[in-house]
Design a protein around this ligand. Structure first.
Ligand SMILES: NC(=O)c1ccc[n+]([C@@H]2O[C@H](COP(=O)([O-])OP(=O)(O)OC[C@H]3O[C@@H](n4cnc5c(N)ncnc54)[C@H](OP(=O)(O)O)[C@@H]3O)[C@@H](O)[C@H]2O)c1
Length: 278
């Protein structure tokens, strides 16, 4: 099977490297194209053997499975370019949440799925969120699941829940890194702990916590119960965090959903504009 990647930015490159490192794809079966060719060339240096094309149409024509890894605002143009070369037996996988499957199915005569990946796939971990489209048979769905099992723990989600699930699985690593960084800054400012010490403590703590959750049978709740003994310092800290974080995370979801609705509206408008011009 040949794989095509249109867009080799942050996530397009991450996927190519993860699939190759996991041996799910052989480099010589991969063709990539990117608006700025240099970026695709840089990926080819990191991943010798992949083919770089100047044209998205060429990528789409040569691949059996095409990954669309561009931002929502660039979708319309890419669809216009590849529309008349995609085939009904090809897979087209979009990794962009505000482009709806029904719109993709309307514009491309191929088997469409949406998959929201995560930076965690670089470590062959994290959840890939799978949303097979209406043209995916059971066999196609099984194939998709197996493909993403090579680099992640795939999880089926409803398209209606894509945003919330993406906030956790896909934006999550950045959100968590931000929280940890602020914690380090507070430690330095409040206590004078050297920044290198605070950083090392936090990095090792998060690695250890991940292992406890994945390898040692802990859950998020049992972890808190185990550390926060009654009357202890941790218990006090947890009360304070509950007060601070519940409203903060509520606002975070409201904000990401607002931005999602805005992107969705813009994408829909770009599709409508293109239809009027036909
Ligand atoms: N980053 C993540 O962790 C993540 C996670 C899940 C989903 N996603 C989704 O993945 C999509 C891409 O995100 P990203 O973070 O990879 O963004 P990015 O780093 O900006 O990459 C987008 C790439 O698309 C290329 N591009 C734009 N128009 C093109 C065209 N017409 N033909 C070919 N290539 C084109 C851009 O080329 P240039 O070099 O010319 O700019 C750029 O390299 C977004 O919809 C995002 O929501 C990202």
């Amino acid at each position: 099977m040949k794989f095509g990647f249109i867009g080799t930015g942050s996530m397009g490159s991450n996927l190519v490297l993860a699939f190759v490192h996991s041996y799910a794809m052989q480099p010589d079966r991969i063709i990539v194209s990117n608006r700025t060719r240099d970026k695709a060339e840089r990926l080819a240096l990191d991943c010798p053997g992949i083919h770089v094309s100047d044209h998205n149409r060429d990528t789409a024509k040569k691949a059996d499975c095409i990954f669309l890894c561009v931002k929502p605002g660039d979708f319309r143009q890419v669809l216009d370019e590849i529309q008349d070369v995609v085939r009904p037996n090809q897979y087209v996988i979009s990794i962009t949440s505000p482009v709806m499957i029904r719109d993709l199915e309307e514009h491309l005569d191929a088997k469409i799925a949406k998959v929201i990946p995560s930076i965690c796939h670089a470590a062959l971990s994290g959840n890939a969120l799978l949303i097979p489209g209406t043209r995916f048979s059971d066999e196609d769905t099984q194939w998709l699941y197996q493909l993403f099992s090579c680099i992640s723990k795939p999880l089926y989600v409803d398209e209606a829940h894509t945003r919330a699930a993406s906030d956790l699985a896909s934006c999550g690593p950045a959100f968590l890194a931000n929280i940890l960084e602020q914690w380090i800054q507070a430690a330095v400012k409040e206590t004078g702990l050297p920044v290198e010490t605070a950083t090392s403590l936090v990095e090792q703590m998060i690695v250890g916590t991940g292992k406890l959750l994945t390898e040692n049978g802990f859950t998020l709740q049992s972890l808190q119960d185990r550390v926060a003994v009654p009357g202890g310092i941790t218990r006090e800290g947890l009360h304070l965090l509950d007060e601070a974080f519940i409203p903060c995370f509520t606002r975070l979801f409201q904000m990401t959903h607002m931005k999602f609705s805005e992107d969705l509206r813009n994408v829909q408008q770009s599709f409508q504009r293109a239809e009027k011009n036909l």
